[in-house]
Design a protein around this ligand. Structure first.
Ligand SMILES: [Zn+2]
Length: 226
């Protein structure tokens, strides 16, 4: 199932246990963000075909972080397309660190994945009419990133920010302290549209981030007092 959120930006939902995928058809490149989990790949492929984009005309895959429900389907794409993610996520994917990746928990082998390009905070990917700014936002995992489009004021947030301030769990390699810092940095951006890895999209982003911060602070305090 897919939905065109704004012209040439598509939300693709292949169903659980996959995350939501996003496809941006830019003037100069087509970018797939988080292709989702391995077993939903055929559904994803069908949705992309239904959108009217040939799989062969995709130019790159960006992963928001190193959880298999976001990157697993890379296995079917990595021979043809560059796979791009933050360098911390890349390290874990390349070394099959399943404590973080969670492949085996979903019945998949953590070995055999490749990352071709390792991102840093504030890298930019220019698609012509889209300008994707990478924000390293550790917390949910250490390699989590968000993709910000400053002219369109859109944030593709992976598992870092969800609608209504729901906060993500802090997974292996993640940290509450870093999560709170990442939310504070995101709160300085002008964001009109939030496109998360799970759940509803949102236009009430400032409030979402503020609620998430309050929730994370509460959990962090509880964690420290344990
Ligand atoms: Zn995750």
């Amino acid at each position: 199932m897919y939905q065109e959120i704004i012209p040439k930006l598509y939300l693709i939902k292949t169903g659980k246990p996959s995350c939501q995928s996003y496809l941006i058809s830019g003037d100069e490149m087509n970018v797939l963000i988080d292709p989702g989990i391995n077993q939903n790949f055929e559904i994803l492929k069908k949705d992309i075909q239904d959108i009217g984009i040939d799989m062969n005309s995709l130019d790159m895959v960006i992963n928001t972080h190193e959880h298999v429900d976001h990157f697993g389907a890379n296995i079917y794409l990595q021979k043809k397309l560059p796979i791009i993610t933050h360098r911390y996520a890349a390290t874990k994917i390349m070394s099959a660190d399943d404590e973080v990746l969670r492949c085996r928990a979903h019945g998949h082998d953590p070995h055999g994945y490749h990352v071709h390009m390792w991102l840093e905070n504030m890298n930019v990917i220019n698609l012509g009419n889209w300008f994707l700014k990478i924000f390293h936002t550790p917390g949910h995992t250490s390699g989590s990133l968000c993709i910000y489009e400053p002219r369109k004021r859109i944030l593709i947030s992976g598992d870092t920010v969800f609608a209504q301030g729901t906060i993500s769990n802090i997974s292996s390699s993640g940290s509450y302290g870093e999560y709170i810092n990442s939310l504070a940095r995101l709160n300085t951006l002008k964001i009109d549209l939030l496109l998360p890895g799970h759940g509803d999209i949102s236009t009430n982003v400032e409030e979402d981030i503020e609620k998430a911060t309050a929730n994370a602070l509460k959990k962090h305090e509880k964690f420290l007092n344990q």
